[in-house]
Design a protein. Structure first.
Length: 342
């Protein structure tokens, strides 16, 4: 028998994909292997994504408010739709509850879900509830759509494309380190109050209540730019870059000095004796977008403060590297967080 730890989450998904029968319905355009499944839907493509959050694996209720958790559970699913260059429409919510949860606790969770639905203009249209012996489990499915001419996959990037990211990276990981540190202080002495200063609020917010970048989808459409490939950054920049390169058959060069990192991330990384670039590459849970565009298209994005060019794609799939200002190049490896190994 093969232990799951030997292949990890991505390896398991690939084995499932290989064993999955070829779709038999003409309406099924794309199945396993992208941020969302794609199907025929009149003048548009329909998009379907799903994600599961499990207590003790994906969140810790010692420091995660239920309202924030409900919001985040929706946002991480909406992010998958945005990664296909689409917009969300409806969600279903399935929850597993242990006996320790009260009615009021469930209402608080759903208050966060409703807030996210309002923020992303999404309808909550159904779901299921069941009992759980292992705490809280949340599984959300989201339905969205994208015009057929704008659909964006992971495997359609080309050599010489410009690599772009939205927002900044590494903040969510450092926010998690702050929360975990304060948890340990509290466990050692319950009389101690959390020391989460206002200066670190951005990092904590990025971990507890991330936002899906549907705003970027709108901006790209307004600018008339269709990315050649796109993926959301849930497991770290390195992991997502490797997805695009491996599926598109390209190599890549990214420049460490170009990776957008917030000042709070720099300061907190130094406090924890961590490299901020390592946090950006491997931390995960930023839910920004990594995408590629043709060089001639990038001029339309150059003035956008929310988008940063971090490198370019090459025609050598064996060379996916991080370049420094001194000219050194280091191969990029996916060291991001994997739920199965965790």
């Amino acid at each position: 028998m093969t232990d799951l730890n030997t292949i990890g989450e991505l390896g398991l998904i690939e084995r499932i994909r290989q064993a999955t029968p070829t779709p038999t319905h003409a309406e099924t355009i794309r199945g396993i292997g992208d941020d969302a499944a794609v199907f025929e839907w009149g003048n548009d493509y329909g998009l379907l994504a799903t994600d599961m959050l499990v207590e003790g694996i994906h969140f810790d209720l010692m420091y995660v408010p239920l309202k924030h958790l409900g919001y985040k559970a929706v946002a991480v699913n909406v992010s998958d739709i945005a990664a296909m260059n689409g917009l969300p429409l409806q969600i279903t919510v399935n929850i597993g509850l242990s006996s320790r949860f009260t009615v009021e606790a469930v209402e608080e969770l759903y208050a966060g879900i409703r807030a996210a639905c309002q923020a992303y203009n999404v309808d909550l249209v159904g779901g299921d509830t069941t009992s759980s012996r292992s705490g809280l489990i949340i599984s959300i499915s989201v339905l969205g759509k994208v015009p057929k001419a704008l659909i964006t996959y992971r495997n359609t990037a080309q050599p010489n494309d410009v690599l772009c990211v939205t927002g900044d990276l590494g903040a969510a990981y450092l926010g998690l380190q702050l929360l975990e540190r304060e948890k340990q202080v509290f466990l050692a002495d319950p009389s101690m109050q959390p020391n989460l200063s206002e200066e670190r609020s951005y990092l904590v917010q990025r971990q507890l209540r991330p936002e899906a970048r549907t705003d970027i989808v709108h901006e790209l459409r307004d600018l008339g730019v269709r990315p050649t490939a796109m993926i959301d950054i849930s497991d770290g920049l390195a992991s997502e870059l490797l997805h695009i390169c491996h599926q598109s058959g390209t190599g890549a060069v990214i420049f460490d000095e170009n990776i957008p990192i917030d000042d709070q991330t720099y300061l907190t990384a130094d406090e924890f004796m961590l490299s901020p670039v390592t946090a950006a590459l491997n931390g995960g849970e930023d839910y920004e977008l990594l995408f590629t565009v043709r060089p001639q298209e990038f001029d339309k994005l150059a003035a956008n403060a929310h988008i940063t060019a971090i490198g370019y794609l090459t025609n050598d799939p064996k060379q996916i590297v991080l370049a420094t200002k001194a000219g050194q190049q280091t191969p990029i490896r996916a060291q991001g967080w994997e739920s199965i190994k965790a």
